[in-house]
Design a protein around this ligand. Sequence first.
Ligand SMILES: N[C@@H](CCC(=O)N[C@@H](CS)C(=O)NCC(=O)O)C(=O)O
Length: 215
Amino acid sequence: MYRLHGFCQSGNTFKAAFMLLALKQRFECVLVDFMNGRTRDAEWRAGTNEMGEAPVLDDGALRLTQSGVILKYLSKKHGAFGGRSPEEDREILRWILFDNHKFTSYFATYRFMVAFGPSKPDPAVLAFLKTRIDGAYGIVDKHLASARYLVGDAPTIADISLSGYVFFPAAESGYDIERSHPRIAKWRDRLKQIPGWADPYAVLPGARIAPKWVG
Ligand SMILES: N[C@@H](CCC(=O)N[C@@H](CS)C(=O)NCC(=O)O)C(=O)O
């Protein structure tokens, strides 16, 4: 059985969980107590992930980190969600790189600061991040004007990667994609139809936290 290390606020962890659910694979969750600094712990880094990040996936003795690597590994191993040609394979990588650099990273940072951060965020930092989110979300929203999925005509690991954070409640980020990016909202709703999909808070470990600084 797979072991997925992560926590319920983590959309990056959800990317791996969504893939495992869609593949109908059983997995056990290992809570990473991120909110109390676990990923900064030297012992955790030495034993689990030198990069100090969740998710981490164990497949027996094999330990994988970086959601993109995990998705690619699972896609190859189970022969699913990998696209239908070498061209689609390259496109998938292109979107996963864009996701890790821009689509997920700014949004995840913004949401962490406004929902779960230890102190009231600096408005100038939030304004900067919001500009970066608007840029990345605008690009994906435009792409989805003529496509049901990011690559090809069926869901791939590109969709699973970019959707990691779009299933969380808008109240956590104050970012209402139904209003700001309706094509992303519709794409999110299509992805929810993939058999196996479940709400991140229903499948990932850890306690829910009420948003702290939104508004
Ligand atoms: N590119 C990484 C990002 C992972 C990531 O940033 N994970 C967050 C939790 S959602 C984390 O552990 N952050 C620790 C830190 O930035 O110090 C991936 O896709 O796996």
